[in-house]
Design a protein around this ligand. Structure first.
Ligand SMILES: NC(=O)c1ccc[n+]([C@@H]2O[C@H](COP(=O)([O-])OP(=O)(O)OC[C@H]3O[C@@H](n4cnc5c(N)ncnc54)[C@H](O)[C@@H]3O)[C@@H](O)[C@H]2O)c1
Length: 358
């Protein structure tokens, strides 16, 4: 079968991981064909490094006969306008997380893709982590019984130079803080494991970074199934990253996935036990080593499989919107000091809005 020829929109930090996987034959069903950046020098340098065609306008690349599928890797607040621009070309679109920062933008993205018959894929690569796959299977098999408590903890170190590297980082309009950026993976994972959320209550601070949004937040959640949840997220951990972890506790078992990015199994306890519990650490204990990102590689394999074999994607536009709705509700709680039920309509949530918005 012919390889799908991808074009990347945005030649920044995360684009290197995507380009390395696609250009270096790590994804058997796909290859890198073009790269696009509004910054011409960046596009030219990236294209030269990977031996592909540079473009300077997303629509021009999307319309090119050379390109079969597109990946949007621009600052988060610009994802929606880029997807809406390229959707009319009818090609599959992969969007880095978060899919958008405002719910109305997420709706515009979904509507544009539906109108033009476009397959939309939102990147949530950690769902392919080896221990996470095992945990999700245990949940599907009903091994936890009634869910009791789910906790995610993001204790990462992002110094001022990280925020100063690009003007959009840490701004309300184009990024948000630790909740919308770094911890959005963990928030998504908590809900994927624990189920629908009934309400949230949150507090946040900007402890160490000089940014508009928060670098530290704590959230309590009530799930519709009666379980409780906790999110603890900060980029103000010093002097280095400590953990990115998820714990799921149910009436018949407890699992902790830790490491820096929910990629190492820490505890796997069930009563009663089954045979496969004895080998779970050997088989799913940690992500296999990979030079350019094991989980992103698995993610692209999944995208190719869905496109070639007409399969349902793990996270589509509605799935991405659901995560964004929860993050928006958390920001609404931070601004109002109140518990926020879900569904809700944002009134005070600042995510995706210019900083001078009243
Ligand atoms: N899945 C993950 O683990 C992960 C990790 C890091 C970043 N991300 C996401 O990837 C996105 C990009 O992050 P980054 O750190 O690479 O940003 P970055 O600032 O390093 O790069 C963004 C690039 O996009 C370009 N750009 C801006 N507007 C454009 C447009 N309209 N058309 C073409 N190019 C445009 C900029 O010139 C820049 O080169 C963010 O949404 C971020 O949340 C995801």
């Amino acid at each position: 079968m012919n390889k799908l020829k991808f074009g990347l929109i945005g030649c920044g930090k995360i684009a290197m991981r995507h380009a390395n996987l696609l250009a270096k034959g790590e994804v058997p069903g796909a290859t890198l064909q073009g790269v696009c950046d509004l910054n011409r020098e960046r596009a030219d340098a990236f294209a030269a490094e990977y031996g592909v065609t540079p473009f300077y306008d997303p629509a021009e690349m999307a319309g090119s006969g050379q390109i079969d599928a597109l990946t949007v890797l621009t600052p988060s607040g610009l994802h929606a306008e880029n997807v809406v621009k390229i959707a009319p070309f009818g090609k599959p679109i992969v969007v880095e997380k978060p899919m958008a920062l405002k719910l109305e933008d997420a709706d515009r993205v979904i509507e544009a893709c539906d109108r033009h018959g476009v397959r939309l894929f939102i990147v949530k690569q950690n769902r392919f982590n080896a221990p996470i796959v095992a945990l999700r299977r245990a949940i599907d098999e009903g091994r936890f019984g009634r869910m009791v408590l789910g906790t995610v903890r993001v204790r990462w170190c992002r110094r001022q130079d990280y925020y100063d590297e690009a003007p959009w980082r840490g701004t309300w309009e184009n990024d948000g803080g630790v909740l919308a950026n770094q911890a959005s993976h963990h928030v998504d994972m908590l809900v994927w494991m624990m189920g629908e959320v009934e309400s949230v209550f949150a507090r946040a601070s900007t402890a160490l970074a000089q940014i508009e949004a928060e670098d530290t937040a704590v959230v309590t959640l009530k799930f519709k199934n009666g379980a409780l949840g906790i999110i603890e997220a900060t980029t103000a951990t010093r002097p280095r990253d400590l953990e990115g972890s998820l714990s799921v506790l149910g009436e018949k078992g407890s699992v902790v996935v830790g490491g820096f990015a929910m990629n190492e199994l820490v505890s796997w306890e069930f009563a009663p036990q089954i045979d496969s519990d004895q080998t779970v650490f050997d088989e799913h204990g940690h992500n296999p080593k990979h030079p350019y990102g094991y989980a992103h590689k698995c993610y692209y394999d999944h995208v190719v499989d869905c496109i070639n074999n007409d399969k349902r994607q793990l996270v589509d536009g509605l799935g991405g919107r659901k995560s964004l709705e929860l993050i928006s509700a958390i920001y609404e709680s931070i601004e109002t000091g109140r518990e926020i039920p879900i569904r809700f309509t944002p009134k005070r949530c600042r995510l995706g809005r210019p900083s001078n918005t009243p």
